[in-house]
Design a protein around this ligand. Structure first.
Ligand SMILES: Cc1cc2nc3c(=O)[nH]c(=O)nc-3n(C[C@H](O)[C@H](O)[C@H](O)COP(=O)(O)O)c2cc1C
Length: 333
């Protein structure tokens, strides 16, 4: 059975799904372009939407675009197509980070074990306190397997690991907070009053931890005048790290796909999540995040999981800004 070229409606649905992914400071650093035969999509990083002081190597940029790529794959299955991914298909063009071949019908209905498509619109960062309820072992097992299938290791931390990671995150948060240039960069992504299509609105910010145990990122700088009053967070947050063997753009793209697969699956299970990325942003605190017992590896991201309020939606750029339809009509391969 052959599949038809993607219609405009299908392309719009795919791009909307990709664009709903999480990204550093909601920078949405991606662009999508159908192949000239409209049987696939090329995925690009958008360097104009980089966050250079916080993310000088473009690691978080690639993780964000990797997350968008996973959403595209989920949406492709929803449309009955088999998503075949080629990472970094054109070495001469490093901005083109993936080619998604959608020329075959979907091989299985539920390639990710569950229908993850509805979760794309339901997933939000929840920066609120969570309850003390443990994530069941069976769910943890599913999340670990999901990350592994994407080429990343998800490790749920034991109590001593949680304390180590919280300490490093607090240290990194203090440093970032006293770095005027970085704080100005972070604040430039805040959208506290004006309606916007990117960045972080006031409603998506959370409180600081009253006990100063969970070092949530202060987007506004301290004292955090624009956020709500501090609140008591969970006594021992449930933290997980995503780790890869090497630390190259392909690893960052795999981490992004793993992050989004884990986050969508967590959403299906009624779990909330937020990212604690501060310690990954300084080389020495990032080094300290490694669990010596796990062997060599590069920690790419820290995820906080639990049960609590869902978190608010953040804005997205219009699909017409991220989907380049005109270029494909002009281009020939
Ligand atoms: C690589 C990366 C790093 C992030 N770092 C943080 C962080 O340190 N603190 C935080 O609260 N959210 C962090 N986030 C979450 C983004 O701020 C969030 O995805 C974005 O604002 C869009 O909101 P949404 O997740 O609700 O769709 C990060 C996301 C990614 C992909």
């Amino acid at each position: 059975m052959t599949v038809q070229p993607l219609t405009s409606e299908e392309l719009l649905l795919l791009a909307a799904a990709g664009g709903a992914a999480p990204s550093l400071h909601n920078s949405q650093p991606w662009r999508f372009r159908p192949t000239p035969d409209a049987l696939g999509i090329r995925v690009y990083v958008d360097p104009e939407r980089a966050v250079p002081l916080t993310d000088p190597d473009g690691r978080a940029l690639h993780i964000s675009v990797g997350a968008a790529l996973f959403n595209l794959r989920v949406a492709a299955v929803h449309l009955g197509r088999e998503p075949a991914v080629h990472l970094l298909p054109a070495p001469a063009d490093p901005q083109q980070v993936a080619l998604l071949d959608l020329s075959q019908p979907a091989a299985t209905e539920l390639p990710y074990g569950r229908d993850l498509y509805p979760a794309i619109g339901q997933r939000h960062s929840s920066r609120q306190p969570y309850t003390n309820r443990d994530v069941p072992e069976t769910v943890i097992g599913e999340l670990i397997a999901a990350a592994r299938e994407e080429g990343a290791a998800l490790s749920l931390l034991e109590e001593d690991g949680v304390r180590r990671v919280l300490g490093l995150t607090a240290e990194a948060e203090r440093r970032t907070d006293s770095d005027l240039a970085r704080m100005a960069e972070t604040r430039s992504w805040l959208r506290l009053e004006e309606p916007a299509t990117d960045g972080i609105p006031a409603a998506a910010l959370g409180p600081q931890d009253h006990e100063a145990r969970v070092p949530m990122r202060s987007f506004t700088g301290r004292p955090s005048a624009d956020t709500t009053a501090s609140q008591r967070f969970e006594a021992l947050p449930q933290l997980a790290t995503l780790t890869t063997h090497t630390d190259l753009p392909a690893d960052w793209l795999r981490t992004g796909q793993a992050l989004e697969r884990v986050w969508l699956l967590a959403t299906v299970h009624g779990l909330r999540a937020s990212v604690l990325h501060q310690a990954v942003e300084w080389p020495d605190t990032r080094w300290g995040l490694r669990d010596p017992a796990e062997g060599p590896g590069h920690v790419q991201l820290v995820l906080r999981l639990g049960y609590g309020p869902p978190g608010s939606a953040t804005p997205r750029r219009p699909v017409t800004e991220i989907l380049d339809l005109t270029a494909s009509q002009k281009t020939t391969d």
